[in-house]
Design a protein around this ligand. Structure first.
Ligand code: CA
Length: 234
């Protein structure tokens, strides 16, 4: 299933490349070359299914555009993938402050971008996967029974580790900041710090053995559960 993607990019060559490749993949596209144009274009019916947003724009920054999209009821739910220059503000971009769903670092591979877009759109269309049992590569999760297996060997997890794993799995392909995980998995207990997240992720990875590689560390930001089991680290 395709979708409508709003591409916000002020570099003409890159914009043309993205437009060409996304359309070749069956997506419809709409383009904007400034932040203000993006805010206008996003409200044109039909609303886009996803916004690909450059961070550095000539007028309003991509982070500001993203914040505005998140603050408006009409656009709050539209997934945003941010294109950033290397290492630039990534923690803010995917954190609470800005709220992008994912990011790619320039120069990015168009193929990787398309895989991420596809994964995000698939999840956006199926927000609740009401399947009792899920498999992801070598991992099998039975959520109602609170059981997991790696290669048919049952792995014993604590309730917290189980919640951490299912949270990762439900948001696969998306970067999760430590703060976000703290809030969603731990519920922000006062005594818990972001170091706690690292400790628990480390232990969870150890217990998962080879399947632990599905949880990737995003330096300076947090973690990302792969979108696909065979995904190679960028
Ligand atoms: Ca730019």
């Amino acid at each position: 299933m395709s979708g409508l993607i709003l591409i916000v990019e002020d570099e003409a060559d890159l914009l043309a490349t993205l437009e060409y490749n996304l359309e070749r993949e069956g997506y419809r596209t709409r383009t904007a070359t400034t932040g203000q144009a993006a805010l206008d274009a996003v409200l044109v019916e039909p609303l886009p299914d996803l916004v690909l947003l450059d961070l550095m724009l000539p007028d309003i920054s991509g982070t500001e555009v993203c914040r505005k999209l998140r603050a408006d009821d009409r656009t709050r739910e539209i997934p945003v993938v941010m294109a950033t220059a290397k290492g630039e503000e990534i923690d803010r971009v995917v954190g609470f402050e800005v709220g992008a769903d994912d990011y790619v670092t320039k120069p990015f591979s168009v193929r990787e971008l398309i895989l991420r877009i596809r994964a995000i759109l698939r999840r956006a269309r199926n927000p609740v996967e009401e399947r009792d049992e899920a498999t992801f590569g070598r991992l099998r999760i039975d959520e109602p029974a609170h059981k997991i297996w790696v290669d048919d060997e049952e792995i014993r997890l604590t309730a917290l580790e189980f919640r951490l794993l299912t949270t990762f799995h439900a948001r696969r392909g998306r970067v999760q900041t430590r703060e976000r995980l703290l809030s969603d998995v731990w519920g922000y207990q006062a005594e818990v710090t972001t170091r706690t997240v690292d400790t628990h992720v480390k232990r969870l990875r150890e217990k998962l053995g080879d399947a632990g590689q599905y949880i990737e560390t995003v330096r300076g930001v947090g973690y990302r559960f792969r979108a696909r089991p065979d995904e190679t680290t960028a």
